[in-house]
Structures are given as C-alpha cells and as structure tokens.
Design a binder for this molecule. Structure first.
Ligand code: SF4
Ligand code: SF4
Length: 280
C-alpha cells in the first residue's frame, strides 16, 4: 500500500517499479480500478481557511462514496466527514494526539494570525507521509489572496498563505472546487500506486500559479499558446475571453484560482501519457 509513491518520493531505497498499464476505457469504473485494499490507507481531512467546497466535492462521488468511506480508506482525522479530531478548547495541545496517517488532504489556505491553524498544519506535516494541497486555496491561496483583515469578529486576521509557504507539500489537486471525479481517481490511484495518473499532481506540488496573468507570462509570451480555448472554458468566473486566438483576462473577475493555468495543455503537456491513453 502506497509503496510505489513512497519509493517515488525517495522515502524508501528500493528501485522504482513500472507503473501498471492503464485499463481499457470500457472496464473503467472507480471501484473496478482498485486491485485490493488489504491494508487501508489512513487519510486525514483538514479544514483550514477554506469553504468546504472541496470536501463537498469528495462526498459527491455517489457511486463510490459508501465503499470509499468503509472499504477503501480509513478516515482518521476530520471535523466534517467524520467526528474524529483532536481539539479541546480547554486544552490547546490536544491536537498533539493527532494519529499517524498516509495522506493528509488539506483544504484552505492558512491564516498567519491563527495560531491554532499554524499548529495544526505543522502537526499534520509531522504525522502524514504525504501532504496534499486539496483545492486551489491550499495550493495557491485562491481568493484568500485578497484578504487584508479589518473584518469582525477577527479584524487582525489579515494574512492568508498557501500551505506550501509554511510546510512541504507533496502533491496538489487543483480546483475551485476540485471535481468529484478527480478526488475519486486520486484516491484510487494512491491505493493502486498508479504513478502515471498521479504524476501531474506530484509535478504541481510546487506550482503557485494563481492568476490569469500566469497564462500571459508563461504561455502566451513564450509563444506556447495554440489558441485552443481550454483556459476560457475552464474559468468558472468567465474572466477569460478569446480574442484573435489568444486569451484575454478580465482581472476584475479573476478570483486567483489558477485553474486556467493548470488546465492549459501547454503548461504541462503529458505527451507520453496521451500516446499511451490513445494506444499510439
Ligand atoms: S482567469 Fe479564471 S481560471 Fe484563471 S485564475 Fe482567474 S478566475 Fe481562475
Ligand atoms: S489553454 Fe493555454 S494554449 Fe489553450 S488558449 Fe489558453 S493559454 Fe492558449
């Protein structure tokens, strides 16, 4: 369980195994892809300065949710999905009893003025083998980038950072919110050690692109743009219009989710994987 991922990240010295071939499309279903879950991965779901949209996306996997929560994984920490967390207003150090886990899904950015959140984030980094920035707020700050404090009941809460600015992040699932399907696919890929599927999430662990401007700077200005329009389709606030075959960003509508950049086929172009999927 998770052995390939640990080896990939250098947590074990054994050589890398070849990833197993992708199954034909007609055989695909979230449940069928799981080989065998003899030892269920332990997962923690952490809610920092987020809106729970990513947690809701997880629960929208109706076809797989019951199996996911009972047979495929053990959720060992989480205030929303399960009533298992370690906090006590009379004992700020209760959180130190957090259990060890294989994967921490962290939703939301982290507020620098909130000691509890900082403590929880640092503690989960100690306890989790893999830390995943779950959604755009955790990955790049998203709309919490606009926070500047001054609001009741916590006017001093003014600085919100992506979790990668405080602790090391191993992988990321971008989205505002993430799509239900990608959550299910990532969990299944983790269980199966499917590195082909997980590679983009691992590559994006250090990605802080969070604005339509990143398209201009890293794609258009480098002559990489093909004018495909994927960025405009992916933007949920319709901040992007295609003008003369190139994206034009209305910055007043941009919520800094970074989805246009992570969906652009020229920001990460998986030629090998595409050829494999197409049988070429
Ligand atoms: S342009 Fe749209 S997709 Fe891109 S970062 Fe802004 S809101 Fe997100
Ligand atoms: S998704 Fe990328 S390649 Fe396609 S139009 Fe947008 S910037 Fe250009």
């Amino acid at each position: 369980m998770l052995a390939r991922i640990k080896r990939f990240l250098g947590l074990e010295d054994k050589p890398k195994e070849q990833a197993k071939p992708i199954k034909p499309k007609e055989e695909e279903s979230s449940q069928q892809e799981v080989e065998k879950v003899a030892d269920k991965p332990k997962i923690g779901y952490f809610h920092l300065s987020g809106c729970t949209g990513d947690g809701i996306a997880l629960t929208e996997n109706y076809d797989i949710l019951a199996e996911l929560l009972t047979d495929m994984v053990d959720i060992v920490y989480g205030q929303t999905l399960v009533d298992v967390w370690y906090d006590d207003e009379n004992n700020p150090y209760a959180i130190d009893d957090m259990p060890e886990m294989d994967l921490a899904l962290v939703e939301g950015s982290v507020c620098l003025q909130d000691e509890h959140s900082i403590h929880e984030l640092k503690k989960l980094r100690e306890k989790a083998k893999l830390v995943c920035a779950f959604g755009s707020c955790a990955m790049n700050g998203c709309f919490t980038r606009y926070c500047r404090g001054g609001q009741q009941a916590q006017p001093k809460h003014e600085a919100f950072l992506p979790i990668g600015d405080i602790v090391q992040v191993d992988c990321t699932i971008p989205g505002c919110p993430v799509s239900p399907e990608i959550v299910a696919k990532v969990v299944v890929a983790l269980i199966n050690g499917d590195m082909d599927y997980l590679q983009p999430m691992l590559d994006m662990a250090g990605c802080t692109a969070n604005c339509g401007c990143d398209l201009q700077k890293n794609i258009v200005n480098k002559s990489l743009c093909t004018g495909c329009g994927t960025c405009a389709m992916a933007c949920q606030t319709r901040a992007i219009e295609m003008r003369e075959g190139r994206p034009e960003v209305n910055i007043d509508r941009c919520i800094k989710c970074g989805i246009c950049y992570t969906h652009c086929p020229r920001s990460w172009f998986p030629t090998e994987q595409i050829n494999k999927d197409l049988g070429l």
